[in-house]
Design a binder for this molecule. Structure first.
Ligand code: PMP
Length: 424
């Protein structure tokens, strides 16, 4: 373990120089533009090891997918074994049937599922299906909720207004979105009265920004309103699915949507996402009425990964362990930051929580802005320098492979990082 002295990045600097010549920004996803400059050599369990010999306790988990830890043996073995007999067939195979059955049965309410490669695609399929089923075009979505990087869903706030987030984005693709503050059922009720709405899409717990839970009764109210207006309710559980429990946010809060998207934790780190829902809606793909496609959908790799992950979650549920670690971690971080007089707000669930400077009653994206998020981003760089792998956004993820040792190391490093932070 390397806890002493500054972490020198020699080989990483060389790799970065090469990367910058061939890859814009040196990264293949803009989400990583602001990440650490240290190149990863390998990862096991809850640990990352860099080319320069540094190790990190990982609380970013590849932005969520490594829910079972890095390179979980049973999943990797199952995928490698299955792929020896072929990876993609342009035809059907048994594993995809098994994977579909496992997910639908584990979650309980969905009748049918379609796999895709990314959460972005699963969301697109959900929106198209909702529009086809209702014959309407407009959707209601929420400030601060992320649903992928495509033109019709990517939004950011500029000068107090929500709109396109990227140069080159077709802003007209957002014309059909009604963007509302979250956790405000009245706003949704009014919008449903004013517009013909195909779908209401939301993260049932706002993990992407602030790990904000729904207020009591909010999801029930939205469920009721969408029923009254015959609009499709879509829960985007790309992060919360299988992380909060087998039933995700829907089960945690006791509200069943019409459609749900999954990704990340569903496949032990492999690139898989899914759209699931009731047969009445989903069967429209099967008749060919609604198009959904993808060369790599339901590959042997993907469906072996889903099958092995679900089997692992069912046979050896990690949820209690994760809850224990997450709670102990949050308590430890709070205690240490109080001892250093560093006013951190650590709020959320043990499976995913949010760290920021400040103190505010946060119920939506607007109130989240009352926290000093930029200052935490600076602190996150110090944490990485001290061997705790976290992102600047402030969301910490806990995996099934975080145990006693990781807790001890993380808290010791956090203590040192805060000493360093206060001295700067
Ligand atoms: N929906 C949510 C809630 C997400 O958090 C994400 C990714 N962070 C996506 C959709 C898009 O998933 P992907 O990056 O796999 O396209």
């Amino acid at each position: 373990m390397d806890d002493a002295g500054p972490r020198l990045l020699t080989q990483s600097a060389e790799l970065r120089e090469r990367a910058l010549k061939r890859t814009p920004g040196g990264v293949h996803s803009n989400v990583r533009l602001s990440g650490s400059r240290d190149f990863i050599r390998c990862a096991r369990g809850a640990w990352l090891y860099s080319v320069d010999g540094h190790d990190y306790v990982d609380y970013l988990l590849g932005q969520g997918p490594n829910f079972l830890g890095h390179a979980p043996q049973p999943i990797v073995d199952a995928v490698f074994a299955a792929c020896r007999d072929g990876i993609i067939f342009g035809g059907q195979h048994e594993l995809e049937v098994r994977a579909a059955e496992l997910v639908c049965d584990a979650v309980g309410w969905p009748d049918m599922i379609r796999f895709s490669m990314t959460g972005t695609e699963a969301v697109q399929a959900a929106l198209r299906l909702a529009r086809a089923a209702t014959g309407r075009t407009k959707i209601i979505r929420f400030e601060g909720h992320y649903h992928g990087w495509l033109d019709n869903v990517l939004i950011s706030q500029r000068d107090g207004k929500w709109g396109a987030a990227s140069a080159g984005q077709l802003t007209s693709h957002l014309d059909d979105s009604v963007i509302l503050p979250w956790n405000d059922a009245t706003a949704v009720a009014e919008a449903l009265e004013r517009h013909e709405i195909a779908a209401v899409i939301m993260e049932p717990i706002m993990i992407n920004a602030g790990v904000i839970e729904p207020l009591p009764g909010y999801l029930d109210a939205i469920r009721e309103l969408t029923r009254q207006h015959s609009s499709v309710l879509i829960f985007d559980e790309v992060i919360s699915g299988f992380r909060l429990g087998l039933g995700g946010g829907a089960a945690r809060y006791g509200v069943t949507p019409d459609l749900v998207t999954y990704g990340k934790a569903i496949a032990g780190g492999f690139p898989v996402a899914a759209l699931a829902g009731n047969a009445e809606l989903m069967s429209r793909f099967g008749t060919g009425e609604v198009n959904h496609a993808g060369t790599f959908n339901s590959s042997v790799m993907a469906t072996a990964a889903v099958t092995a992950t679900l089997t692992s979650l069912l046979e050896d549920p990690p949820y209690d362990r994760i809850t224990q670690h997450g709670n102990a971690l949050m308590a430890g971080l709070r205690e240490i930051s109080a001892a250093h007089n560093v006013p951190l707000r650590i709020v959320g669930l043990p499976q995913a929580f949010h760290v920021a400077f400040g103190d505010a009653d946060v119920t939506d994206y607007r109130s989240l802005q009352q926290l000093d998020l930029a200052r935490y981003e600076q602190l996150s760089r110090v944490l990485v320098e001290h061997g705790i792998w976290v992102a600047g956004r402030g969301v910490w993820y806990v995996s099934a492979s975080h145990g006693e040792r990781e807790l001890e190391v993380a808290l010791t490093r956090f203590d040192k990082a805060l000493t360093d932070w206060v001295a700067r």
